[in-house]
Design a protein around this ligand. Structure first.
Ligand code: PEP
Length: 269
């Protein structure tokens, strides 16, 4: 069997993560987690993650307790284990609260906190070393899209952000394609527009890492709502969603999770 055929047989499990950004205090976190957990009990075919602010992680972990159905993620991480890095949080600190995922290179981090592909790359490599699964974000700005630069920008971000990524840890990786112009704006990429970029990322991953690279899950983010989720996730190369605003409402988040398609095989070639 050729490598490409092996990749075709690997199922990509749908993945939906909620990025709470800088919303919800620890006490608000408890009730939101309880509400989400109450709704997702019977969901068996989707990987589900919530990423509250750092200060809410202990409350989230405590509330989740044995409910491992919902995994915890952080929104950023410093690459060092510890050190004189005022205001930063390390991988081992996150692991202590049962955090399994970490969002890296979100466009808000790139825009407001000078994250670059190079820093994301160092963090992604460090994250897997701490047994955290990176959700690496890429996406073009409106100016770049209008200039016809979407493909080159996204390709360069994927190459740069994964420059040091260990090839034997691809199962741990999730890539989020988030067009910057669609984040928090209510403007959503059309399913076709999004899928074209997802396909590009998948092909690039195959060329960078071989057959296993094409099996990495690529999720879409940017104003995903219950009303558009099914249409987006019905596209063959869209494996799920990174949800901002709508993840702060348990009902909306649950509806988006329900819209995720069940297990399917890779359709990359
Ligand atoms: C995000 O924060 O990653 C995001 C996609 O936000 P929103 O869904 O609010 O556009």
């Amino acid at each position: 069997m050729t490598k490409a055929k092996i990749a075709k047989a690997i199922p990509r499990r749908p993945f939906v993560a909620g990025n709470w950004k800088m919303h919800r205090t620890a006490s608000d976190t408890r009730s939101l987690i309880e509400d989400i957990v109450g709704r997702v009990q019977k969901v068996a075919t989707v990987d589900m993650v919530v990423c509250p602010p750092f200060t809410s992680l202990p409350a989230a972990a405590e509330t989740l307790g044995r409910h491992s159905i919902l995994a915890l993620g952080a929104q950023n991480m410093h690459q060092s284990k510890e050190g004189a890095f005022t205001g930063e949080i390390s991988g081992p600190m996150l692991r202590e609260f049962g955090v399994r995922y970490v969002i890296l290179g979100h466009s808000e981090r790139r825009q407001f906190f000078n994250e670059t592909d190079a820093s994301v790359s160092v963090k992604a490599e460090a994250a897997v070393g701490y047994h955290l699964r990176p959700i690496v974000c890429v996406g073009e700005t409106l100016t770049q899209r209008e200039a016809g630069e979407t493909n080159s920008v996204v390709e360069s971000q994927v190459r740069g952000s994964l420059a040091h990524y260990p090839a034997d840890q691809l199962d741990e990786l999730v890539i989020a394609y988030e067009p910057v112009w669609a984040i928090g704006t209510g403007k959503v990429a059309t399913p076709k527009q999004a899928n074209e970029v997802h396909r590009l990322i998948r092909k690039l991953m195959a060329s960078l890492f071989g057959a296993k690279g094409s099996g990495v899950r690529v999720i879409y983010g940017g104003s995903v709502k219950p009303e558009n989720a099914a249409e987006l996730m019905a596209e063959p190369d869209i494996d799920g969603a990174l949800v901002g605003g709508a993840s702060l409402d348990a009902r909306s988040f649950f509806d988006i999770i329900q819209a995720a398609r069940p297990v399917r095989a890779s359709e990359n070639d």
